[in-house]
Write a protein that binds this ligand. Structure first.
Ligand SMILES: *Cc1c(COP(=O)(O)O)cnc(C)c1O
Length: 409
């Protein structure tokens, strides 16, 4: 057994987090107290967003986003073939259809031309496209201004699945724009799962710049229930609304969900957000240190292409190896790494290859196949020290070299 096990990602929890959470446990409210709002406010500030609505996880954030724009059975959404299944699943949960867009084989990201191609395909099939979802894979921003301009021209919503990219900024004509500010999108969604850049255990957030979407999502998050009397002035439905002074009165205006975030989770979110700058700085340092090793010591392993217009808050460290050309069985590489205590992962298997989605498309996505075949993630998280990073990098290089030699013999 190896001495130390390294997973591709993990949370970092300190005394302040524990203090923050335990004070909620001693208070009157475990959920629906004051901390949810405070977390949302702090999150808005950090992401430069007009509105932030917290929710139970990144998947419910996506579901709320799609529901809020009225996505339904007659419509479809365009989603990158390389992403976590939840990006597409949330659209299916609205009864909608999903069309996949190919990705840039070097970054795994769907850019404007990929969306254009998928959009034309959808239109030729007579489908009504309601939204594009751009995924800032690994933390690198897509060229979102270009995608947004195209979406706006075609009157399509643009939703950012920003689950990887809390803290990332992108450059538009030398101006820095924050992911989640929705300057070039309608909605952005985040996840606070323990592997993400900050955690609340489980948790999510929806950012938007539109007041009407903010209102709708607040409604959908809590069973479609309204208590604010300003929303039902002058009602007369015989159950007490005529007299809005009735203290017990509330009304359900649409079918909603219980997608609320608790105060326990929000307390953790608040203390984690305070550390975001530190988290990002450390992640950037680790990425530079890995890059330095791989560039100096190996031609077989290539760090993923760094986009020039993305000031990236890295979620994953992705390496690319041409396993096929080098005749290295990927599975054996993964096994040898695991035996050394290093758990690699693939982000992600193309969605169109999943049994559930196979019937959605017969197309071959060359960019996505190519990205999938070559790419894998090695450990990147706050708790890694320089020695760990050096150990992991050296083992990667040595394992690949050994495997190529075995083949030659
Ligand atoms: C993590 C993640 C999600 C889902 O978030 P959960 O909080 O796990 O529901 C969705 N999309 C992407 C790209 C993710 O990385």
């Amino acid at each position: 057994m190896p001495k130390k096990i390294f997973n591709y990602g993990r949370q970092f929890i300190d005394k302040d987090d524990i203090k923050s959470v335990s004070s909620v446990l001693k208070s009157d409210f475990l959920t629906q107290g004051k901390l949810v709002e405070k977390f949302e406010k702090n999150f808005s500030k950090i992401t430069n967003s007009k509105f932030s609505i917290s929710c139970s996880n990144g998947t419910s954030a996506l579901h709320l986003a799609f529901k809020s724009i009225g996505l339904n059975e007659t419509e479809c959404v365009i989603v990158p073939a390389i992403t976590f299944v939840a990006t597409a699943n949330a659209a299916i949960m609205c009864g909608a259809n999903v069309i996949f867009a190919d990705v840039d084989p070097q970054t795994g990201i769907s850019e404007r031309k990929n969306f254009e191609e998928a959009y034309n395909k959808a239109k030729n099939k007579g489908l009504k496209v309601k939204a594009f979802v751009t995924v800032h894979l690994n933390g690198q921003s897509s060229n979102i201004d270009e995608i947004y301009n195209f979406a706006k021209k075609e009157k399509i919503f643009l939703i950012e699945d920003a689950c990887h990219a809390l803290g990332t900024q992108y450059l538009v004509k030398k101006k820095k724009v924050k992911v989640g500010s929705c300057e070039y999108s309608d909605i952005a969604t985040f996840s606070f799962h323990p592997v993400k850049n900050i955690t609340t255990g489980e948790g999510g957030m929806v950012n938007t710049k539109h007041e009407w979407i903010n209102q709708k999502i607040n409604l959908l998050r809590n069973h479609g229930i309204v208590r604010d009397q300003n929303f039902f002035k002058n009602r007369n439905n015989g159950i007490g609304s005529n007299n809005t002074k009735n203290m017990w009165y509330y009304e359900m205006q649409c079918l909603g969900y219980n997608y609320r975030l608790s105060d326990i989770s929000s307390a953790l979110g608040i203390s984690q957000l305070k550390k975001l700058k530190r988290f990002i700085k450390k992640r950037k340092e680790i990425v530079l240190y890995y890059d330095h090793f791989f560039k100096k010591k190996s031609k077989l392993l290539n760090p993923i292409l760094k986009k020039k217009n993305s000031i990236t808050s890295w979620h994953l460290y992705v390496l690319q190896i041409d396993f096929k050309k080098l005749n290295i069985p990927k599975n054996i590489f993964f096994k040898k790494m695991r035996d050394l205590g290093i758990n690699c992962q693939v982000h992600y298997i193309p969605l169109n290859k999943q049994p559930f989605y196979q019937s959605f498309s017969n197309d071959i996505f060359f960019g996505s196949e190519n990205y999938y075949n070559k790419s894998f993630s090695i450990p990147l998280h706050y708790s890694l020290n320089k020695k760990d990073v050096k150990f992991i990098a050296e083992k990667c290089i040595k394992t690949v070299e050994d495997l190529t030699k075995n083949v030659c013999r």
